[in-house]
Design a protein around this ligand. Structure first.
Ligand SMILES: [Zn+2]
Length: 96
């Protein structure tokens, strides 16, 4: 595997980590059916930053190899990518 591809995979994995932190902080919710879909719960997003800081401070395996600023920036981008009103895929089938 070339290093460029490895970096892309690392980035992809990292994005999953940021979402996971937001989910644990209950700042976003992830669709059980469509895992790529997640949306903001309306909870205070500072909870996600606080949790991210705690994970870095405690040396949690989830954020191993990342420094605090990278984690906080990652959480920020994950929140920015979040939808706002549930899963659009599921909503499409809600009337079935
Ligand atoms: Zn869904």
């Amino acid at each position: 595997m070339g290093s460029a591809k490895r970096m892309m995979m690392k980035q992809y994995d990292a994005h999953e980590i940021w979402i996971e932190i937001c989910v644990r902080a209950r700042v976003v919710k992830r669709c059980h059916t469509h895992e790529e879909t997640y949306w903001a719960t309306g909870a205070d997003e500072r909870e996600a930053y606080i949790l991210g800081s705690i994970l870095v401070r405690d040396g949690d395996a989830l954020v191993a190899g990342f420094d605090r600023q990278t984690v906080l920036d990652g959480i920020k981008s994950a929140i920015a990518d979040a939808g706002s009103d549930g899963c659009a895929h599921c909503a499409k089938h809600a009337d079935d």
